[in-house]
Design a protein around this ligand. Structure first.
Ligand SMILES: [Zn+2]
Length: 217
């Protein structure tokens, strides 16, 4: 694979990297590529943690509030539903998609892929799931979760005393966990372990991989 150094524009071929290895630009020393030391088990551990934290974030109270002796609490979905009821439908849909649906399916797809590729060959449909997880990745925005929570918080704070709930701390955990999965996961390593229709589990070359990818859809 030929790449251009983002710092000095030097064109160069990327060598096959050993686990934990790095490729550096010979001219300016910029790191061009890294091969995670543990591309499957570490993201799997993070994905399992993220799944637990995600469940807590969506079931636990985001914040509790008390006003004149009454106590109430809300969740992320509850907050989005409240926005929907108040006529802010677009905001409600964005919050529900970016804070619940996208990260939830990203974590689910990653868990399935990582568990399946641990014992290669993984079935061909894992390749499709790997593509879906890549499609969901840019939409799994913990920042949007935080933003939605802040909007709700500011609205409620005018009316009552607000205390952060367990869901809030769980969202804080996801802000760290989701990027950690993306950084430690190496999709090339996962692709290598998918069995292609009619083929063996041997790592396909880049060209073969492209041709086969069309067959699987
Ligand atoms: Zn360079």
């Amino acid at each position: 694979m030929t790449v251009a150094c983002p710092d000095c524009d030097l064109l160069q071929r990327l060598p096959e990297l050993p686990p934990g290895g790095k490729a550096r630009c010979p001219r300016c020393g910029n790191t061009l590529a890294t091969q995670p030391a543990d591309p499957i088990d570490r993201p799997l551990a993070l994905a399992i943690t993220a799944a637990i934290v995600f469940i807590i974030a969506n079931t636990g109270p985001l914040m509790g509030l008390s006003a004149v002796g009454r106590h109430a609490s809300t969740t992320i979905v509850g907050g989005a539903y409240e926005m929907w009821l108040q006529g802010e439908t677009i905001t409600a849909v964005i919050v529900a998609f970016c804070a619940v649906i996208a990260p939830g399916s990203y974590i689910l797809f990653m868990l399935t892929v990582l568990l399946a590729v641990r014992r290669p060959p993984a079935p061909p449909w894992i390749g499709q799931m790997l593509r879906w997880s890549e499609a969901m990745q840019p939409w799994s925005m913990a920042e949007v979760m935080i933003l939605g929570i802040l909007v709700a918080l500011i609205k409620i704070a005018e009316l009552a005393t607000v205390e952060p709930g367990v869901g809030m701390y769980a969202v804080g955990g996801l802000v760290v966990l989701l990027p950690a999965i993306m950084v430690t996961f190496d999709s090339r390593e996962a692709w290598k372990r998918v069995a292609w229709a009619g083929g063996s589990a041997s790592p396909p070359s880049e060209k073969r991989n492209g041709i086969r990818a069309e067959v699987v859809q």
